[in-house]
Design a protein around this ligand. Structure first.
Ligand SMILES: Nc1ncnc2c1ncn2[C@@H]1O[C@H](COP(=O)(O)OP(=O)(O)OP(=O)(O)O)[C@@H](O)[C@H]1O
Ligand SMILES: [Zn+2]
Length: 435
């Protein structure tokens, strides 16, 4: 009897060891290939989705709460399983969108993103977690979505959507359920849908590149893209299940501050549209970056507005600080950003105040220049170095100050610090916060 007990105990210990080893192996496998989800580095040719004649018992149970909706029903559910959706960007919008489409039983989901998960993404890109930092976003998203619904076919693409691959990925004539979110506002429209306008009908010309803001410049409350991504999912599901969308010629606007939605009618499809009009002139994809004058992604958007002699590197500025050469450091970021971090000696005047020639700010600038001049007790000009987060706004500020020079403000030498505070944090002071 005693022997039996000790024998069983020994066997149990052995088997427990084996279980631990198997678990470790599984985790490793899941980590290396997201457990069989092959990350695509180029466009894959995919077979059409297999038609599904009926729902399985498991399908019926899984989707029962939505099957009960007369607007969806079995027919709608089968249509969802026949639909393939490409999600461009697994970010703040793409994460909730992918999550709800997979949960609802879309047949195939392409998840496309060229980027990797960063810590500053997690507050809004809710499919990714701390354990997926530095992983390809497409893979991390696919991994999370598969845990939710393993019956959805997932194709993660570690790619940037570009004129070279767009037509391979998306054939002509597909509806585009487009949304955006910035700060406390969101917008949504469905383009190219049931005779409605295409993107080019509404925006024949791109805006000037320097007027375009993104989340890393403007900030965003994570829940705002969350809400817009969910509405995108709603419109996709309505279109895919045959109910149809009413956003085809509508712009839905969400004001998170006032908790209000508004919808305005957009102009219809234009006969003169260069893409879908009567005499289209755009018959193949153009060089989008050239057309817009800026990159197709919002990563590392760098303006180049100044000549070389109007700019210094962070290393050059560091040696100015080290030699204690008299100068004025002007930080042109908005106050919220200065509150996050700033260099100790800087004077803060936001770019918008310089552009609008705000009198109290111009006075302040003048006063500080005089103060530095008094300290060096010389009549020579005080050089002004302008800094911002990434070195884009600071260039605009240099241009504004150059126009004021002499007449309004005594600043003859005004230079931009290339790459701004983020270059300072990266190359000069690693203890300076990045944001
Ligand atoms: N042309 C593109 N091809 C593929 N993915 C893209 C393209 N443009 C943008 N994306 C991806 O779309 C997502 C947009 O999401 P979101 O704006 O929330 O994040 P972000 O650009 O990483 O934000 P931040 O600007 O704060 O770093 C990002 O993951 C980005 O990598
Ligand atoms: Zn058009």
């Amino acid at each position: 009897m005693a022997e039996d007990v000790s024998c069983l105990k020994a066997r149990l210990v052995e088997q427990e060891k084996e279980i631990v080893a198997l678990k470790n192996k599984l985790t490793e496998l899941e980590k290396s290939s997201a457990g069989g989800l092959q990350l695509q580095e180029e466009v894959a040719t995919l077979p059409p989705l297999e038609p599904k004649a009926a729902l399985s018992n498991e399908d019926i149970l899984r989707y029962s709460r939505q099957l009960l909706l007369p607007e969806l029903g079995v027919r709608g559910q089968l249509s969802l399983s026949q639909t393939s959706v490409l999600i461009i960007g697994c970010g703040g919008l793409g994460c909730p969108l992918a999550q709800y489409l997979a949960a609802a039983g879309i047949g195939r989901l392409g998840l496309l993103d060229f980027d990797e998960v960063e810590l500053s993404n997690l507050h809004r890109q809710v499919l990714h977690g701390e354990d997926s930092l530095s992983q390809a976003k497409a893979q991390s998203a696919a991994h999370a979505v598969r845990r939710l619904n393993s019956t959805v076919e997932l194709i993660p693409y570690h790619l940037q959507l570009s004129p070279e691959n767009a037509l391979q990925l998306i054939q002509h004539g597909k509806p585009l359920i487009s949304a955006s979110a910035l700060r406390m506002e969101g917008q949504l429209t469905v383009y190219n849908y049931r005779g409605g306008p295409c993107y080019r009908c509404l925006y024949p010309k791109p805006p000037p590149p320097e007027t375009v803001t993104n989340c890393s410049d403007g900030g965003v409350l994570g829940v705002v893209p969350g809400i817009m991504g969910c509405i995108q999912a709603l419109e996709v599901l309505k279109i895919a299940s045959g109910q149809g969308s009413s956003c085809g010629q509508q712009l839905l606007m969400f004001d998170a501050q006032d908790a209000k939605f508004r919808s305005i009618s957009l102009r219809p499809k234009q006969a003169s549209c260069a893409v879908c009009g009567e005499n289209p002139t755009v018959t193949h994809l153009v060089d989008y970056e050239k057309f817009c004058g800026c990159a197709a992604t919002d990563k590392c958007r760098r303006l180049n507005l100044l000549s070389k002699d109007q700019r210094v590197t962070v290393q050059e500025y560091k040696s100015i600080v080290d030699t204690m050469a008299a100068h004025l450091l002007l930080d042109v970021r908005p106050l919220v950003e200065v509150d996050i971090c700033h260099l100790p000696t800087s004077l803060n005047i936001p770019l918008s105040c310089l552009e609008n020639r705000k009198i109290e700010h111009i006075q302040l600038l003048k006063k500080r220049i005089v103060l530095v001049k008094e300290q060096i007790s010389s009549d020579s000009h005080v050089p002004v170095y302008v800094i911002c987060k990434l070195g884009n706004d600071s260039q605009k500020a240099v241009q504004v100050l150059a126009k004021m020079s002499g007449s309004e403000v005594d600043c003859v030498t005004v230079k931009d610090i290339s790459g701004g505070l983020m270059a300072w944090a990266q190359k000069i002071d690693p203890s300076f916060p990045k944001y």
